[in-house]
Design a protein around this ligand. Structure first.
Ligand code: ADP
Ligand code: MG
Length: 250
């Protein structure tokens, strides 16, 4: 098998590049995420993590290379259908402040004309531990930071996707709230058998949540592997430094 059109590979980037003027946001990135796997992308601000994530749901179109979803070329897929199959939590959570919680969570089912939209939203809210009767009618501004992130995850799950893309979903939270959300995330992942591509700037979180970790730097994927693989044989000085700085014991 060449791996070129392998449907057991949920997400695949092949030699993907994206430039913004002189800036190479992505520089020849190749990556595979197997079905049911969680890959955590780590790297400094500006290293291309968000851009890579957005190539998979076609919010960004690469200027070179190919993106495949379950073996199908994303460029030939309808973006709306693609976003139904693939939940997305943008870096700021992306909740619309003038929409109540339930309406926010109904967004993707509504865009996709699914039936039973409110039921789907309430199910998704329950999955993330938010009682719909209590929270469904609230405004995002009436939630804590952790609750807002839970709602953002519920919104990503509402249409029943197999894959979710999470952009620093637990980034701006205090340590205890963050640990709570990480635990919820682990349960959800197991229960729904999700394939996950997760962006984080925290190596500890990457080690905790990722089956494999991809290290990004200046638009390039420097290395991808399990935490122990990275630790045993860092591919570059940067990867070695990153591990040393975080004092990770794997
Ligand atoms: P990260 O998520 O790792 O912080 P990004 O993917 O957001 O990095 O950005 C990578 C690089 O591409 C940065 O230099 C950023 O300024 C640039 N970039 C990203 N999106 C745009 C855009 N829409 N227009 C211009 N430059 C962009
Ligand atoms: Mg980003």
């Amino acid at each position: 098998m060449t791996g070129q059109r392998d449907p057991s590979v949920a997400l695949q980037a092949q030699g993907v590049s994206k430039h913004y003027g002189p800036v190479a946001a992505l520089d020849d990135v190749s990556l595979e995420v197997a079905q049911g796997e969680c890959v955590a992308l780590i790297g400094e601000s500006g290293s291309g993590k968000t851009t890579l994530l957005r190539c998979f749901n076609r919010l960004t179109d690469p200027d070179a290379g190919r993106v495949l979803v379950n073996g199908e070329n994303a460029a030939s897929l309808d973006p709306i259908a693609l976003r139904r199959r693939m939940g997305y939590v943008p870096q700021d959570g992306g909740l619309l402040p003038h929409w109540r919680v339930r309406r926010n969570v109904t967004l993707v089912p509504w865009l996709c004309h699914l039936t039973g939209q409110e039921g789907l939203a309430d199910r998704a809210l329950r999955l993330v531990g938010m009682e719909p009767a209590v929270f469904g009618g609230r405004w995002p501004g009436e939630l804590s930071g952790g609750q807002r992130q839970r709602v953002a995850v519920a919104r990503a799950l509402a249409a029943g996707p197999q894959v979710i893309l999470l952009d620093e979903p637990f980034g701006a939270l205090d340590a205890i709230t963050r640990a709570d959300l990480q635990a919820t995330f682990q349960q959800l992942r197991a229960e729904l058998e999700l394939t996950v591509l997760l962006v984080t700037h925290d190596l500890h979180e990457a080690v905790l949540l990722g089956d494999r970790i991809g290290v990004m730097r200046e638009g390039r994927l420097e290395q991808i592997g399990t935490a122990s693989e990275l630790d045993a044989a860092p591919a570059t000085g940067y990867v070695r430094e990153l591990l040393q700085r975080a004092k990770v014991r794997v």
